[in-house]
Design a protein. Structure first.
Length: 102
């Protein structure tokens, strides 16, 4: 029964049931997307950590070698600038990255 005295005429229980069915179908998709997003975020973070580790390794090797061969000053400076730009971009990206909420 519609109980017209309590519910507006535009309310149709069958429509409501259909809406809830669609929501029930989409909720697991959202859950999957949240898990996928977290997995991608974790992977990107791990890749970034590895990249910075390797960059630091190369930087340390260049600085060490630079003590013997000062001609590597330009390479060390360029790597320093690269690291500075990468850190700045990471900070800007972290601020602009949208988060998924339920």
């Amino acid at each position: 029964m519609l109980h017209e005295d309590a519910m507006p005429r535009s309310f149709n229980p069958k429509d409501f049931v259909e809406l809830m069915k669609h929501r029930a179908l989409l909720a697991p998709v959202l859950d999957y997307l949240v898990l996928l997003t977290e997995s991608i975020d974790d992977t990107l973070m791990a890749l970034g950590i590895d990249a910075m580790t390797f960059t630091k390794l190369v930087h340390d090797a260049l600085k060490s070698r630079n003590g013997i061969d000062p001609s590597l000053d330009a390479a060390v400076q360029e790597l320093d600038e690269f690291n500075f730009r990468a850190e700045r971009e990471d900070k800007e990206t972290a601020v602009d990255t949208p988060t998924v909420t339920e």
